[in-house]
Design a protein around this ligand. Structure first.
Ligand code: FE2
Length: 375
């Protein structure tokens, strides 16, 4: 493993240095049902809607919110358009990881100069609640990044959407706060090129890299590098498969997703124990962790605020680095294809990505792969 701690503030200011997450859009087969699923299980509230009733005739989009998290679920109404093609090829998956910027035109110009392919040139969208400026570039696979400049826009989400508040009050409420990082899986030998893409296009630097010696079990392996903005707000780890005795979990993803795409979205919480209890009660399924993981946990991570038995009962993982520690757990895939999943993470000072947990995590993923007959 190699770690580079970019010092915040040392980088020159660019249109892409003061950025944050805006929203993540999923293309799904049935957005109406998916919207209800994410509300009932993960505790989101619906805040906005766009579809035929609002003058949009090819699609329906539901906007869900929880604290600083915003997800958009979109389905095709026609079956012969790009949304339907995306779902046919990839199954339900992430189409757009949208980034909040102060200057969309500047961000887009910098990205295109850095080699990004433009999907949508900067355009102003306006309604009676204000204006936004958006532009879109392509990244790995069929995944996009839309730049969103909000300029104090006061509408429910974006022009074209109407407020549509709905909350299913029956579910237990987790404390999901914001996106921590968003991980992409790319093909064999493509990780370095996509790391360079985020360096040239976004001005990011490499925070950490892991090679197959760090991330392998007896059977499967992968390589990973984490690209980050200088403020460590927006972090994009990139994985590629590596050779092991059996099929890498990244390869399994690439087979089922039919190419590169978003593997997992890590969501921050300030109370992982209460959050996991609420999510389990709502029916969210998590990866199991072998009991032996907890035998020497205290020796590995030292003193922590949480009771280890409480973490053990919930199968929450812990990892420490020189700045603190973090707690994390991974859901099972969120759709039938073993592709996108969530990570729930609570950071207590640590900037780490859970290197100390990779082994336990992969043993658990391999058990699931074995059940699917894809190991
Ligand atoms: Fe992660």
């Amino acid at each position: 493993m190699s770690t580079t701690h970019a010092s915040p503030g040392a980088e020159p200011t660019t249109p892409l240095s003061q950025i944050d997450w805006d929203h993540i859009e999923f293309y799904v087969g049935n957005a109406k049902q998916a919207s209800q699923f994410y509300q009932c299980t993960f505790g989101f509230e619906q805040i906005a809607y766009a579809g035929p009733e609002t003058g949009l005739h090819d699609r329906a989009s539901y906007v869900l919110e929880q604290n600083d998290l915003r997800f958009v679920l979109t389905s095709s109404l026609r079956g012969d358009d790009a949304i339907a093609e995306h779902v046919k090829l990839h199954g339900d998956g992430v189409r757009d990881v949208a980034i909040r910027v102060n200057d969309t035109r500047g961000a887009w110009e910098m990205a295109v100069r850095g080699g990004a392919r433009s999907i949508l040139d900067p355009i102003e969208r306006r309604d009676d609640r204000g204006r936004v400026v958006v532009a879109t570039i392509a990244t790995y696979g069929d995944t996009l990044h839309t730049f969103v400049q909000r300029d104090g826009y006061e509408g429910a989400f974006l022009p074209g959407f109407v407020p549509a508040r709905k909350a299913y009050g029956r579910s237990s409420k987790p404390h999901l706060l914001a996106i921590d990082h968003c991980v992409g899986n790319v093909g064999w030998g493509e990780m370095d090129a996509w790391g360079e893409f985020y360096q040239k296009v976004f001005g990011f630097s490499q925070l950490i890299s892991f090679d197959d010696k760090d991330i392998s079990t007896e059977y499967t392996a992968l390589k990973s590098k984490v690209m980050s903005d200088a403020r460590h707000r927006v972090k994009f780890p990139i994985n590629e498969p590596a050779h092991g005795k059996k099929k890498s979990q990244i390869e399994e993803y690439l087979d089922f997703y039919r190419g590169s795409g978003v593997q997992h979205i890590a969501i921050r919480t300030d109370d992982i124990v209460a959050t996991i209890d609420a999510l389990r009660e709502n029916g969210v399924e998590f990866l199991d962790t072998p009991d032996s993981y907890y035998d020497d946990l205290r020796a590995r991570v030292g003193e922590i605020d949480e009771n280890i038995d409480v973490l053990h009962q919930r199968k929450i993982l812990v990892d420490r680095d020189d700045q603190g520690y973090m707690l994390q757990i991974f859901t099972k895939p969120l759709q039938d294809r073993p592709t996108v999943f969530f990570e729930i993470i609570q950071r207590k000072g640590s900037l780490s990505f859970g290197k100390g947990n990779f082994k336990a995590l992969f043993v658990s993923i391999e058990k699931e792969q074995e059940k699917r007959g894809t190991l």
